[in-house]
Design a protein around this ligand. Structure first.
Ligand code: ATP
Length: 371
């Protein structure tokens, strides 16, 4: 644990599309939270990054922005990339930005909570006794380790190689068990369970992932450890999501299953995320830049606001700061209360609130909580 005092320096990368709108909404909520929480200080500094910046300058992630992220206490990134902005090879800039940030900041754990809040409907007919699980995605290895590599043989064959190291698997699995200890167990019976999601029946790399999982699990006798194949898990999560607590998996599987998880709890507008390393952390909504609704005050800001609540929780743990931790809890509770009252329901959730109104509803709920 590192001890420092606030003000915490937060590097803000608003990005493209709906990024700036959800950023402004979230910053207004966080500024208000600081005003009503004596002693909590967050200093926000904005830095350029993204497709728009690339279009203007030819650079998607300036070195100064990267240095600022490395120097900050935490990074709040909203959404980067635009489908019509492409590099000369035809690919988008978004993966470059994210892969550089993840690698440079050492963000090995992508934490993606999938929680169904009161007032939000799920496409599932049966959600009792609740949906509250976390997809824990290994964020530096797996198939994404090949990003920027891969092999093209003429015009006939292409390969990308999956990479699993003992160190990489151990630290993500260890993170999963530590995370389960901090939670209240699965909704079905309150039991703490960590589920390894893999394809160990087919691939040596995944059999290795499962073996390392079992080695680490032996150090946590208080938590149930189980394993399932990724194809079966896609079925189980739809049929019985209440049976899961923490699911740990390889990078690409986590990328895919976290979108499935978001779909169960109201969609991408309700899916926050944290990307954590030993020395740095980045917080961002799971959604992209949604260019079709950008600039119209239609975007749901709650995924970003909930990511900010995760940021406060992380700052609180890292700096032994109970004030920051409590502020994170209060912020999530304000989102829950505003959803329950229907005041922050945006169109993607079947409501009528615009981006700014949803943020104001969270601010009002914060005021009630503090009165
Ligand atoms: P990326 O490839 O950058 O991850 P994507 O192709 O997965 O992006 P998104 O930009 O995340 O797509 O959005 C997909 C659709 O989901 C959007 O067109 C939009 O309708 C909806 N959506 C995403 N985020 C939000 C949000 N915050 N509020 C409302 N709708 C959203």
């Amino acid at each position: 644990m590192t001890t420092t005092s606030s003000p915490y320096q937060i590097a803000v990368l608003a990005g493209d599309g709906i990024g700036p709108e959800v950023t402004n909404a979230t910053l207004s909520v966080l500024q208000h939270l600081c005003e009503i929480t004596p002693g909590l200080e967050l200093q926000f500094t904005s830095y350029p990054a993204g497709a728009t910046h690339y279009r203007e300058t030819g650079v998607a992630l300036p070195r100064e922005t990267l240095d600022a992220c490395l120097a900050a206490d935490a990074v709040l990134l909203c959404a980067v990339g635009l489908p019509d902005v492409r590099k000369p090879d035809g690919t988008e800039v978004q993966p470059d930005i994210m892969m550089v940030l993840r690698r440079e900041l050492g963000l090995y754990a992508a934490v993606r909570p999938c929680k169904l809040y009161p007032g939000v409907s799920s496409p599932l007919a049966r959600t009792e006794p609740g949906i509250d699980f976390v997809i824990l995605r290994e964020n530096l290895e797996g198939l994404f380790a090949s990003y920027g590599g891969g092999c093209l043989v003429g015009d006939d064959v292409a390969t990308d190689t999956i990479v699993m190291t003992r160190k990489g698997v151990e630290r993500i699995v260890d993170y999963a068990f530590q995370l389960s200890r901090r939670r209240t167990g699965r909704p079905s019976d309150g039991k703490r369970v960590v589920t390894c999601v893999d394809k160990a029946n087919i691939f040596r790399s995944f059999a290795f992932f499962r073996k390392v999982f079992q080695d680490v699990a032996a150090q946590y006798p208080d938590i149930t450890a189980e394993a399932a194949y990724v194809d079966a898990m896609s079925l189980y999560l739809v049929q019985n999501p209440s049976a899961y607590d923490v699911l740990v998996m390889e990078n690409q599987f986590g990328d895919i299953l976290s979108d499935l998880g978001a779909g169960l709890v109201g969609g991408l507008g309700m899916a926050p995320s944290a990307e954590i390393g030993d020395h740095h952390a980045l917080f961002q909504p799971s959604h992209g830049t949604a260019p079709t609704i950008a600039g119209q005050n239609l975007a749901n800001p709650l995924a970003t606001i909930l990511s900010a609540a995760m940021m406060l929780d992380w700052l609180g743990s890292r700096y032994d700061d109970s004030l920051a931790k409590q502020a994170g809890v209060r912020l999530e509770q304000a989102v829950v209360n505003s959803l329950g009252e229907g005041t922050s329901l945006t169109r993607d959730l079947g409501g009528m609130a615009g981006t700014t109104l949803a943020a104001e509803a969270v601010i009002t709920a914060l005021n009630y909580l503090c009165s």
